[in-house]
Write a protein that binds this ligand. Structure first.
Ligand code: SAM
Ligand code: SF4
Length: 328
C-alpha cells in the first residue's frame, strides 16, 4: 500500500477522462472564455490503462472515472475495460451528470463499471436549468433509472449546495431517500479558479450544518450511520423509516484532509496531489518518454510522498484549475 509523507495510505485514484462538458454548472464552468485541451493532449484509453496497471501494482484499490463529463468520451467503454483489466477485483465508480447514461449504462456495466454517482443539484425543473445550465431534469432522471436497471448500484446522488441558488432544495432531495435506495449527498461549494471567482464562491458556501437543520425541520431527525471507512468523505445519516441515506461532504466547514486517501489524474495525465492545491507530477511525460508500468509506478510512489498534509483555504490558497479540469 502506498503511503504519503504523512503516513496516510493512498489507495484511491480519481481519473478525469475529459475536460469538456455538455453542461455549464454555475460554480464549475463559466459560459465563456473556456479553453479545452486539444485531443492529442488527453491520455488515450491505453495510457489510462497503463496508469491503472501501475496504480494497482502499487496497491491502489479504488478508481473513479470523472471529468468534465466522462460520458462525452467516445471510447469510454474501452477506458472502463482497460481499468477493469488492470484490476479485476478493484472498485470502479464513475461520477456523471447522467444526461447521456440511458444510452450507455448497460455497456459500461458490461465493461466492468461497478456503480455511478449522479450529479443533480435540485429536483426543480426550472432551477436545475439555472444552476446546472443546459441540464434537463427528465434526462437526468432517465439516466438514474438506466443506471439502476443496469445494476450500477448503489447509486449516489451529488448535490452542490449554493446559497441563493438551490439551498432550499435540499429538503426535496433528502425526501427521496424515504422511498428510493439512494445515497443523497450534499456537498459544500468549494472555491476554485482565480482570486475573485474563488472569493465570490466562498460567499455562497452553505455550511452542511445549515442544510442538515433545514432537512430536520421538514423531515424529522437524521440518525447518524457509523462510517464504514475512515476515508469516507461523507458523514452519513438516515431519516426514520428511510431506505436511502443522506450524506454531507463538508470540505470547507469540516475538512477531511487528515483521512484523505486519494490522488487525482487529470485528463492530460498530471497527477494532482490535492483537490484544492496545485501540487502535481507529470505522468504523461513519463509515459510518452517510453516509461512502462514500472516507471509509472515509481513516479506515482515518488509523487505521493509529496502529497500536502491538507488544503489551505483559510490561508487563501486554492487550486488555480477549475473543477471540470480536475474532476471533483
Ligand atoms: N460532470 C460530472 C458531474 O458533474 O458529476 C463529473 C465531473 S464534476 C467536476 C464532479 C463533481 O464535482 C460533481 O458531481 C459536482 O458535484 C462537483 N463539483 C463541481 N464543482 C464544484 C465546486 N465548485 N464545489 C464543490 N463541488 C463541485
Ligand atoms: Fe459539467 Fe460536472 Fe462541471 Fe457540471 S459539475 S459543469 S456537469 S463537469
Amino acid at each position: 500500500m502506498p503511503r504519503d509523507g504523512h503516513g496516510r495510505i493512498i489507495d484511491y485514484l480519481r481519473i478525469s477522462v475529459m475536460d469538456r462538458c455538455n453542461l455549464r454548472c454555475t460554480y464549475c464552468m463559466p459560459l465563456e472564455g473556456l479553453r479545452f485541451l486539444p485531443e492529442e493532449n488527453l491520455l488515450t484509453a491505453d495510457e489510462i490503462a497503463l496508469v491503472a496497471r501501475a496504480a494497482v501494482s502499487c496497491g491502489f484499490r479504488k478508481f473513479r472515472i470523472t471529468g468534465g463529463e466522462p460520458t462525452l468520451r467516445r471510447d469510454l467503454v474501452e477506458v472502463v475495460a482497460g481499468i477493469r483489466a488492470a484490476g479485476p477485483d478493484v472498485e470502479i465508480g464513475m461520477t456523471t451528470n447522467g444526461m447521456l447514461l440511458p444510452r450507455m449504462a448497460k455497456e459500461l456495466k458490461d465493461a466492468g463499471l461497478d456503480r455511478v454517482n449522479v450529479h443533480i443539484d435540485t429536483l426543480d425543473e426550472v432551477r436545475i436549468r439555472q444552476v446546472m445550465r443546459f441540464a434537463d431534469l427528465q434526462k437526468i432522471m432517465a439516466g438514474i433509472d438506466a443506471a439502476e436497471a443496469a445494476g450500477l448500484t448503489p447509486i449516489k446522488l451529488n448535490s452542490v449546495v449554493v446559497r441563493g441558488e438551490n439551498d432550499t432544495d435540499v429538503v426535496e432531495l433528502a425526501r427521496q431517500t424515504l422511498t428510493r435506495p439512494w445515497g443523497v449527498r450534499f456537498i459544500e461549494l468549494m472555491p476554485m479558479g482565480d482570486g475573485e471567482e474563488a472569493k465570490l464562491a466562498l460567499s455562497k458556501v452553505v455550511p452542511s450544518q445549515e442544510s442538515m437543520e433545514k432537512i430536520i425541520d421538514s423531515l424529522g431527525p437524521l440518525n447518524p450511520i457509523p462510517a464504514v471507512h475512515a476515508s469516507d468523505e461523507s458523514r452519513n445519516y438516515q431519516l426514520s423509516g428511510a431506505i436511502g441515506t443522506v450524506g454531507f461532504i463538508s470540505p470547507v466547514s469540516d475538512p477531511f484532509c487528515s483521512a484523505c486517501n486519494r490522488v487525482r489524474l487529470s485528463a492530460e495525465g498530471k497527477l494532482l496531489l490535492c483537490l484544492l492545491r496545485d501540487d502535481e507530477a507529470d505522468l504523461r511525460a513519463v509515459i510518452r518518454s517510453g516509461g512502462g508500468v514500472d516507471a509509472v509506478s515509481r513516479a506515482l510512489r515518488e509523487a505521493i510522498l509529496l502529497k500536502p498534509v491538507g488544503h489551505a483555504l483559510d490561508e487563501g490558497i486554492h487550486a488555480s484549475r477549475r473543477m471540470h479540469e480536475i474532476g471533483g
